[in-house]
Structures are given as structure tokens and as C-alpha cells.
Design a protein around this ligand. Structure first.
Ligand code: GUN
Length: 400
């Protein structure tokens, strides 16, 4: 029951009731909602007590974010830099077998997609936007085929709770992609006062709807809500984020499943380089449930040798310098520097570091592109592919 009313169908969820349960797309130039004094007072009085042990799927990312904010834990992650510098010195003295970056090979001048000045580079840019466009053209054909056969569009429901501006931008981009491909989106937008029971009821209704093939709850949820419970409640066949334990377990055991979108997109980006993956050493920085752990499984599936590094890894640069494929999902601006990268490596910058509403590279692009053979830009690399994979998962879920 929501606000004293039973939800009977998806129309009740997304339609406007007497209480104006508003479901709307953010406008292009929409500013984050700033609560009035009255609204603020109401929120303080009605937001349930924060559970202190609500497990979060974003835990590891959040931990890295904390590193940024709280100087104390920063040392934990800053340490490898010092060790790295020591190692660099050792290498310069000829004590290492690692190949030093060759900077004088044939170089082309490129411009970073995010408008930094031109500089010499020997890397090829892995263009996530262009690859996305190509894949989305195929997905649009599949969505059309589905519609012809089933007399309805593939349906994706996006649940968003609260006013987090970054989350609203993500949702807006997902809806735009749906429109582009021919997927029907159902946006269920609720304010921060939404209770766990209300959210449970929303998910149950979406689980039961014949029009909805895929469901995502935009993360992070407000802290008073139990994220893990909600993610487990989503029907695993509609779990197009691939976060349900059943889908995580299937990935772990090599079974066909709905797979997390960011790692799935990373695999496509790496494969687009046409480099052979088998036997390559892949090093991942970050161990989140959304990126680090699943990408490790997927690269293992591609017969890579995989190392997962994280905030407590000792001598990080020693690991990263051995990576043929380096995936950086850290959340710390330009954390990976040129001297941490093996010459000729494929570098994937997940760019999950958000500061003042803007995404920043986890990798120092200018330095890295003098060493790597291929590199993804931020923005325009992993981001567009994540949304494309969400679309692919929605069509896959509908077609089962
Ligand atoms: N918040 C940040 N990334 C994601 C994602 O991939 N899926 C969902 N549901 N929320 C997110």
C-alpha cells in the first residue's frame, strides 16, 4: 500500500493519482530540487532512522570516496605512490626486467575527448561513444523485431528515490537511450521520504507487471533504505543491472546470466582493440560488486590471468606495471600515472571519481597515453557503453 492506496498495476505506479505521485523525466536543464524550509522540516520529521549496518553494493567505491575526503585513510592509498617511486628508481638502475616506456616511437598528435590540450601520444583511443552507436543500431533492430512479434515494446522500469542530482543525470541518459533504441521506459520517481515498505511494494508491482522486462533501482539509495534487500527482491529474470546474488552466482560459475553493465561494456571495449586476450595479465584496481569483482570474473572467462588490487594492496605499482590490461575503477582523480603502466598496455579508465558533479579520470590520461597502446577517455569511454549494455540486457531479459 502506498500513501493509503493499493497499487494494482504499473499505471498506478507511474500515473498521476489524486496525491500526484509524480513520475517525470528530468528536463534537459533541470536544476537539482532545493527543498523549501517547510519541506526540510517535514523530511527531518519523517525520514526513518538510519540503519547502521545496511550493506551497500557500492561499498568499495564509497570506501575509496572516503579516502578522498578523509585525509587519514588517504595514506592507505598514497603509500603505493611512494613505493612506486622507489621501484621506478630501482628500475632506472637496471634492477627490473620491466620494460620502460618507449616515448620516441612513431607518435601521433591527439586531443583528449574531454578537451585537454593536444599532446604527443602513442595510444589509440578506444572510442566508447562510437562503439556504443554501432551496438545501439543493432539493438534497435532487435527491439523492433521484439515489438513486431510481441505487439508491445521491450519495457525497462527505472526506480529513483530522492534528489541526488548525479543519479537524475544517469537516469535521464538511460531514458534517452531507451527512446533512441525503441524501448519503453517506466520511470518511478519518489521523494526521499519513501519508506522501505513502500519501495518493496513498488518492486513487487514491477516484478508482476507483464509490460516490464527489466527493473533497475538507481543507486545509491538514500541511507535509510536497505539496498541489499531491494536488490534481492527484484526478480532475477528482470535484474538488468545484474546485481542479484543469483546473477552474481551464475557469473561466478560461468553460467549464462544477466551481467553487470559496466564490466560487460568494458569487455566489449577491450575486444574492440582486436587484441588477443588469452594469456594476458589483467590487473584491476578496485573490488566493488559493481565493477571490480565482476570484471575479474569476465576477464578470467576470457582466459586472462587476473590480479585484483584495492585500497590495502601493498606496492600497487609493482602489480600495475605488469598489466597487459589495466582496469582502473578507483574513484580518485588521476590516481594512475604514466609510470604505473606497462608499455603497450590496454588501459580502461572506469572514471568513477565524481567531484562537484563532474566525472574525472582515474587515470592521468596525458601520461598514460604516452605509454599505453590503447586507452579509454573520460567521458566517452566506459560511460556510454554501460548504458548500451543496460539496453542489451533489457532486450535479453524480454526475449527469454
Ligand atoms: N549507480 C551508479 N552506477 C549504477 C549502475 O550501474 N546501476 C544502478 N542501478 N545504479 C548505479
Amino acid at each position: 500500500m502506498i500513501g493509503g492506496q493499493f497499487i494494482h498495476s504499473i499505471k498506478d505506479l507511474i500515473g498521476e493519482s489524486k496525491e500526484k505521485k509524480k513520475v517525470e523525466l528530468p528536463k534537459e536543464d533541470e536544476q537539482p530540487h532545493i527543498p523549501t524550509k517547510q519541506e526540510e522540516k517535514k523530511q527531518i520529521n519523517t525520514v526513518p532512522k538510519i540503519r547502521d549496518s545496511s550493506p551497500s553494493i557500492l561499498n568499495d567505491t564509497v570506501a575509496f570516496d572516503c579516502v578522498l575526503v578523509e585525509g587519514k585513510r588517504d595514506q592507505d592509498i598514497a603509500l603505493p605512490h611512494t613505493e612506486m617511486q622507489q621501484q621506478k628508481k630501482a628500475e632506472d638502475l637496471g634492477e627490473s626486467l620491466l620494460v620502460r616506456p618507449i616515448l620516441n616511437t612513431t607518435q601521433t598528435t591527439i586531443s583528449h575527448a574531454s578537451q585537454t590540450p593536444s599532446f604527443k601520444s602513442q595510444s589509440q583511443i578506444i572510442d566508447g561513444k562510437a562503439l556504443s552507436t554501432k551496438i545501439r543500431e543493432q539493438l534497435a533492430k532487435q527491439a523492433e523485431k521484439f515489438e513486431k512479434k510481441n505487439k508491445r515494446k521491450v519495457g525497462l522500469a527505472v526506480v529513483i528515490i530522492g534528489d541526488d542530482p548525479a543519479s537524475h543525470v544517469y537516469v535521464k541518459n538511460k531514458i534517452k537511450a531507451c527512446e533512441e533504441i525503441g524501448i519503453k521506459s517506466y520511470v518511478v520517481k519518489r521523494d526521499i521520504n519513501t519508506t522501505q515498505d513502500q519501495l518493496v511494494e513498488i518492486i513487487q508491482t514491477l516484478n508482476e507487471s507483464d509490460e516490464v522486462d527489466g527493473i533497475i533501482t538507481q543507486l545509491p539509495l538514500p541511507r535509510h533504505l536497505n539496498e541489499a534487500e531491494i536488490l534481492e527482491l527484484i526478480d532475477s529474470r528482470k535484474d538488468v543491472d545484474g546485481f542479484h546474488v543469483e546473477n552474481a552466482g551464475k557469473l561466478f560459475t560461468g553460467q549464462d546470466s544477466l551481467r553487470p553493465c559496466t564490466p560487460a561494456g568494458i569487455i566489449e571495449l577491450i575486444k574492440s582493440t582486436k587484441k588477443r586476450l588469452e594469456g594476458k595479465h589483467a590487473v584491476i584496481i578496485g573490488r566493488s560488486n559493481i565493477v571490480g569483482k565482476p570484471i575479474a570474473m569476465m576477464l578470467l572467462e576470457e582466459n586472462c590471468t587476473v590480479t585484483i588490487c584495492h585500497s590495502r594492496t601493498k606496492n600497487l605499482a609493482r602489480h600495475t606495471k605488469r598489466a597487459d590490461i589495466l582496469v582502473a575503477a578507483i574513484g580518485k582523480k588521476e590516481f594512475v600515472t604514466g609510470d604505473m603502466i606497462k608499455n603497450g598496455a590496454i588501459v580502461i579508465d572506469v572514471g568513477i571519481n565524481r567531484h562537484e558533479g563532474k566525472l574525472h579520470d582515474d587515470v592521468n590520461f596525458e601520461q598514460a597515453s604516452k605509454v599505453a597502446s590503447h586507452i579509454t577517455p573520460v567521458p566517452g569511454g566506459v560511460g556510454p557503453m554501460t548504458i548500451t549494455m543496460l539496453m542489451a540486457n533489457s532486450i535479453k531479459a524480454a526475449s527469454k
